[in-house]
Design a protein around this ligand. Structure first.
Ligand SMILES: Nc1ncnc2c1ncn2[C@@H]1O[C@H](COP(=O)(O)OP(=O)(O)OP(=O)(O)O)[C@@H](O)[C@H]1O
Ligand SMILES: [Mg+2]
Length: 247
């Protein structure tokens, strides 16, 4: 059996008395798209931030490519990238300049070709020279995706990558992700509040509620287990149980 590219074991994050992530364990296989699902405040972003080394776990361990993140941070993060709505980039640089900065940080060569390729793939030609501060939210989302793809990572963490994209661009982004997985065996951890997208994209889903894993399996397995007709119904069940208050 191929070893997982990522293994999180008994991961917990407490902020003061509040437990945001509560002893979760999961893995991602090479070339797998794992969906991380759960109501607002369930702990998805906190989990991704721990996987990126941005937030230190209170306890538990994270291994990627067989290496421990707490001791091989740089080596691991070189092979990883992410996209999220909370990502901030230098606002006074143009889109293209921001991509060059990312390339430099990762020590990438052949940047002109890479930037051209990703700009073309994400249809960003029209705003590649625009100052980042002036981007619409959908353009900003595309920039953060371009940044994530630019470094040709082996694992991508995508926190709501299609939020604020129009349906046409969202469709293209999903196609791009599937193609990258097919052609280069990219592994992806994905969050979205769009249940149809989750069903379409995820090989497997982990359902979080109040920081705990309450279900895992394929979308169909989870739907069947709870006797529902689609993922949205399962989601509503867990969201209503959790209560919509984000503490
Ligand atoms: N730095 C922090 N200090 C205190 N509490 C925090 C901090 N970061 C997150 N939390 C809390 O941890 C819980 C989980 O937040 P998180 O952002 O991981 O949820 P999420 O599943 O990503 O939600 P959403 O769907 O709204 O993006 C929330 O109750 C949040 O308020
Ligand atoms: Mg979040």
């Amino acid at each position: 059996m191929t070893p997982p590219v990522l293994q999180a074991s008994d991961l917990t994050k407490r902020f003061g008395d509040f437990t945001a992530v509560n002893g979760i364990s999961f893995h991602i296989k090479p070339g797998e798209i794992l969906g991380l699902l759960g109501p607002n405040g369930a702990g998805k972003t906190t989990t991704i931030q721990m996987l990126l080394g941005l937030v230190t776990p209170t306890s538990g361990s994270i291994h990627m490519f067989g290496l421990d993140l707490s001791t091989h941070r740089e080596e691991i993060l070189q092979q990883v990238n992410f996209s999220s709505t909370y990502l901030s980039m230098p606002q006074s640089l143009t889109v293209e300049e921001n991509l060059w900065v990312v390339g430099r940080l990762y020590g990438m060569s052949d940047m002109a070709r890479r930037v051209d390729a990703i700009v073309k793939k994400l249809e960003m030609e029209e705003f590649r020279g625009k100052i980042t501060r002036k981007l619409s939210s959908g353009q900003m989302t595309r920039l953060t995706l371009a940044k994530a793809f630019l470094t040709e990572p082996q694992i991508l963490f995508l926190d709501e990558p299609t939020a604020s994209l129009d349906p046409d661009v969202a469709f293209k982004v999903r196609s791009l992700l599937k193609e990258a997985r097919r052609s280069s065996g990219l592994s992806i951890l994905y969050t979205s509040h769009n249940m149809r997208e989750m069903e379409e994209m995820s090989d497997r889903i982990i359902f979080l509620q109040r920081g705990r894993i309450v279900a895992t399996g394929t979308a169909q397995e989870i739907i069947d287990r709870f006797g529902k007709t689609d993922l949205e119904e399962v989601f509503l069940k867990f969201a209503q149980e959790q209560g919509h208050s984000v503490s």
